[in-house]
Design a protein around this ligand. Structure first.
Ligand code: PLP
Length: 461
């Protein structure tokens, strides 16, 4: 008999057959402890409750518990509930704690916001409101394109803050930009499009996801004006128009116009990865490219930079012709962002708390950027400084240290930072180091900056 019992107030599961008697029951409890199903430190059911659940005499359970306590599986104490022995006392190894990814001592990894600034109180209030308002019927299998409340809030937000031309009907909420790339790649494949251009350099992850979903990847170079639009010759392209990742340049106005024109003329699909469009420091924000060609550009935004990557919330604004195919792909993937988080984000945006958080973050990141620039030695050339959460330290001058040397000096100081190398597609271009100045907690920013400066001085002499 394999069953669960909850009579004791806790749910337990034992693989026990009555015909195996007391020895069989002892084996079943040992197995539950060894497998971790009865975890170290957990209170076990009372002898009365377990006996009642199993339909055996209470004395049987009492003897089994006593035997297992003697063997070191259980811990009994007069007047207190019997518990599973803690790991050190167990005769056989029970599963240990799940290891966590350790942040580096000085965290300058690009693409990460200051997670200590996550607006916990606002999120909590938004979640509470969402829970109060959500209809029971909405807790069923959720809408494939996302919660209507969030799609409406995003339509208003994207239109006012990024100049996106949209209505809620063409918005789909997905689990991060990585999920978005997988969806779009698959949808395009089904429509006979099997080649996607990516900027060179660009983050390798999304090229890999597109390739894993059936796309052949074509690199197209980036220069000081962004993607070289005149070199495009693919039916689809992914572009970081507002702030090229990792070089940090904005796509020049004439190239934006040329890209929109090219898409209109050729029927190509442009995926605009607007990953950090909220963070522009020195000039007016560059509006979304999507507004120039809404039936050809898929606009993609994410909560990973404004709030936290762990939310896994991102959104696409689709050309009308792609709404149904993407809905079908969402249905096929089975993946949906959790509804309550979608509703909380909708509430955060509608209440104005999101805008306040973004404005605060923008001012804070801008101040960090200025402090980092002031501290850097003149031997490195910071690039892409006018926006975003990172800057690129170009190592392309004669006499510049090699990228590997800088990375090694950073590693010796326990600095988490990334090299430009892996972003090149095929042949490696000039060296560089990508420093994410948003990542450290406020109190660690000065230390992280100093550690980086020390590392740079070490290798530049
Ligand atoms: C270039 C670029 N695009 C998009 C994203 C956002 O990805 P996601 O929404 O999966 O967190 C990132 C995050 O690091 C990024 O660097």
């Amino acid at each position: 008999m394999a069953d669960s019992w909850s009579g004791s107030g806790i749910d337990v599961h034992l693989d026990w057959r009555p015909e195996t008697g007391r020895p069989g029951l002892a084996d079943a409890v040992r197995a539950a402890v060894r497998s971790g199903r009865w975890p170290p430190g957990a209170a076990v059911p009372s002898t009365r409750a377990l006996a009642a659940d199993l339909g055996v005499a209470r004395g049987t359970v009492t003897r089994v518990y006593a035997d297992l306590a003697a063997e070191g599986y259980l811990h009994t104490l007069q007047g207190a509930p019997t518990r599973v022995a803690t790991a050190g006392a167990l005769p056989l190894s029970a599963p240990g704690p799940v290891p966590r990814e350790l942040a580096p001592r000085w965290d300058l990894r690009p693409g990460r916001p200051d997670l200590t600034a996550f607006p916990r109180a606002d999120w909590q209030a938004a979640t509470r409101k969402a829970l109060q308002r959500v209809a029971a019927a909405d807790l069923g299998y959720t809408a494939e394109l996302g919660a209507p409340e969030l799609r409406a809030a995003l339509a208003a937000y994207l239109s006012r803050s990024r100049g996106v031309l949209t209505d809620p009907q063409r918005i789909v909420v997905c689990c991060g930009f990585s999920h978005a790339v997988a969806l779009i790649s698959r949808v395009l494949c089904e429509r006979g499009v099997t080649e996607m251009a990516f900027e060179n350099p660009s983050l390798p992850l999304y090229r890999e996801i597109a390739a894993a979903n059936g796309q052949r990847i074509r690199p197209v170079d980036v220069d000081a004006h962004g993607l070289r639009v005149s070199e495009l010759d693919s039916p689809a392209v992914v572009v970081t128009a507002a702030h090229q990742y990792p070089m940090g340049v904005a796509l020049a106005p004439e190239r934006r116009a040329a890209l929109a024109r090219w898409a209109g003329e050729t029927g190509a699909v442009v995926v605009e990865d607007d990953y950090d469009g909220e963070f522009r420091f020195d000039r007016r924000p560059v509006g979304a490219l999507q507004a120039l060609a809404p039936e050809h550009v898929v606009y993609a935004g994410t909560a990973s930079k404004t709030l936290a990557p762990a939310l896994r919330l991102a959104w696409l604004v689709l050309p009308r012709a792609l709404v149904e195919p993407v809905r079908a792909a969402m249905a096929g993937s089975g993946a949906r962002p959790p509804l309550l988080d979608q509703l909380a984000l909708a509430e955060l945006i509608s209440s104005g708390a999101h805008d306040r958080h973004v404005r605060r973050s923008r001012a804070g990141y801008r101040a960090r950027r200025d402090r980092l620039l002031a501290a850097l030695p003149g031997t490195v050339r910071p690039q892409g400084i006018s926006a975003g959460l990172h800057l690129l330290l170009g190592l392309d001058r004669p006499g510049s240290p090699a990228e590997a040397e800088v990375l090694a000096a950073c590693r010796r100081r326990a600095i988490g930072i990334e090299g430009l190398g892996p972003c090149w597609h095929g042949e490696r271009g000039p060296g560089g180091v990508i420093a994410g100045y948003a990542a450290p907690a406020g109190h660690a920013f000065a230390g992280a900056t100093q550690a980086l400066v020390d590392a740079l001085w070490e290798v530049t002499g």
